[in-house]
Design a binder for this molecule. Structure first.
Ligand SMILES: Nc1nc2c(ncn2[C@@H]2O[C@H](COP(=O)(O)OP(=O)(O)OP(=O)(O)O)[C@@H](O)[C@H]2O)c(=O)[nH]1
Length: 465
């Protein structure tokens, strides 16, 4: 999407910095130029681009890299942090009863997004309902009803009515038993006064907790004026960007977020109800910059061990090496382990760690089969970010909600939490081992010994980015 090829072009430039310990102004200029080019090509507004590149440049020149950090990593860290800052936090959407109003231009993807969001909330264990107030587009009712059916959620609409305000009022009453009400509206051009008056009226009847502007990722500079007008009329708390699976640029949506001083709530990546992602700035930018792959991980591991005590929680997505092992780390670990083969074989490659250490562990400490992994993934999808990061704080009622949302049962969820604890303990033992051993293991991984070759290049930014 936005910044589409930033990851690859930037990595090329950054790779040229390899081996340098100090950054020259020319080096930074080159990195900044790449970023500017990618952002402008993705339709991000010039002022925003300039603001971002000025801060990157300023910080890269002013800030002293922490001891042991290469020039390349230093600059990558700054770029990462500034991009995270640019996209901002995701729109707050608590997992509790609430009403959400969707607004946007014709064909931006509101009806589809309503169904996707309903599906997402249902996966989190809440009961959602879609209220379809689009009396304008023929077929909107049928489309919404069918998608609500696909998402298996409550639905209200009235194909015989031409009064969207009344439908909204009735819809809230009729779907009283639902916890999350998602009100879909007709597509409207924000500069048509009559349509704006109508959505203002729907807004006052519905009294939503959150108003989301749905924007097609392909929208260019026009986003700014539209966003301004919706902001004046009803206020915009968040943006859902759709059609990121296409060749969309997405920069316009970023401008809209900036213009309405709001944030990104969801990303739409396809036409079915499952094609939705909750926006998560850190992982979004990590993926964009292609930091998710194993090669980078092993490089980072080596570096982490070379550095003494230089910690920064915001920086390293693989925070397990800094002591906190979260469920997200576990998910990543499970994927990696699955590709590498059974852990005991991997352990055997490491000098000083063979059977002896494995014997101290429960038999199935790391034995996560493909099938269990799939089930664990489904369960983790029903967890909030906070639950994924602090699994030990998950209460019994949260376990129940997660089980409901994932269509599993509480034993399964508890099993996952147990597995996490076991892996956490195991990793603590890892941390206790000598630096030399760890480095040798990572070296082997990088060199592709023990069937690990070829893993490194596999990750990279996802196709949609
Ligand atoms: N590829 C892709 N297509 C999408 C996505 N979201 C929506 N669409 C498609 O975009 C078209 C318009 O989507 P709708 O949900 O009908 O848009 P709308 O905003 O409700 O349209 P109006 O009611 O006319 O304003 C449909 O063909 C959708 O299938 C997406 O994330 N990816």
């Amino acid at each position: 999407m936005v910044l589409d090829d930033l990851g690859s072009s930037l990595r090329g430039t950054l790779d040229d910095l390899r081996g340098k310990s100090r950054l020259e102004e020319d080096d930074i200029q080159e990195v900044v130029k790449q970023i500017q080019r990618s952002l402008l090509e993705a339709d991000v507004e010039v002022d925003l681009v300039m603001e971002l590149s000025d801060s990157i440049k300023g910080r890269a020149l002013d800030e002293e890299p922490p001891g042991g950090t290469s020039a390349r990593d230093h600059v990558l860290k700054i770029v990462y942090e500034e991009l995270v800052e640019l996209v901002g936090d995701s729109t707050e959407l608590p997992l509790e009863s609430q009403t959400i109003l969707l607004a946007g231009l014709q064909g931006s993807g509101k009806t589809t997004t309503a169904a996707k969001m309903a599906w997402w909330f249902a996966k989190k264990g809440l009961r959602p309902a879609i209220i379809q107030t689009d009396t304008f587009r023929p077929g909107a009712y049928d489309q919404a009803k069918q998608m609500a059916g696909n998402a298996e959620v409550d639905f209200y609409g009235d194909p015989d009515s031409d009064d969207p305000v009344q439908i909204a009022r009735d819809g809230l009453e009729e779907t009283e038993q639902a916890e999350v009400h998602i009100v879909d509206t007709a597509g409207r051009h924000a500069l048509e006064e009559e349509l704006i008056a109508e959505i203002e009226e729907i807004d006052s009847v519905v009294d939503p907790d959150t108003r989301l502007l749905v924007l097609d990722a392909a929208i260019g500079q026009g986003a700014k004026e539209q966003a301004q007008r919706f902001e004046e009329a009803i206020g915009v708390e968040g943006v859902a960007i759709t059609k990121l699976d296409g060749t969309a640029k997405g920069g316009g949506a970023l401008t809209a977020v900036n213009e309405t001083d709001s944030s990104i709530a969801f990303l739409g990546t396809g036409e079915t109800v499952q094609d939705i992602e909750r926006f998560e700035p850190n992982s979004f930018i990590s993926r964009l910059l292609g930091m998710g792959d194993l090669k980078q991980l092993s490089e980072r591991v080596e570096r982490a061990m070379e550095e003494t005590g230089a910690e920064d929680d915001d920086w390293d997505p693989e925070s397990m090496l800094e002591g906190s092992f979260t469920l997200k780390d576990m998910q990543k670990q499970m994927e990696t382990m699955n590709k590498m083969g059974p852990l005991d074989q991997v352990m055997d490659m490491i000098p000083g760690m063979g059977g002896g250490m494995m014997d101290q562990l429960p038999d199935d400490a790391m034995d996560v089969t493909q099938e269990r992994m799939r089930e664990f993934n489904v369960i983790m999808d029903s967890m909030t970010d906070h639950e994924l990061e602090e699994p030990r704080s998950i209460s019994a009622s949260q376990v129940e909600r997660i089980a409901r949302g994932s269509g599993t049962n509480t034993e399964r969820v508890n099993e996952l939490l147990e597995q996490h604890k076991m892996m956490d303990r195991t990793l603590n033992q890892f941390q206790g081992m000598g630096d030399g051993d760890m480095q040798r293991m990572m070296k082997k991984m990088q060199d592709g010994e023990g069937g690990l070759g070829g893993l490194g290049g596999g990750g990279g930014p996802g196709g949609m980015m």
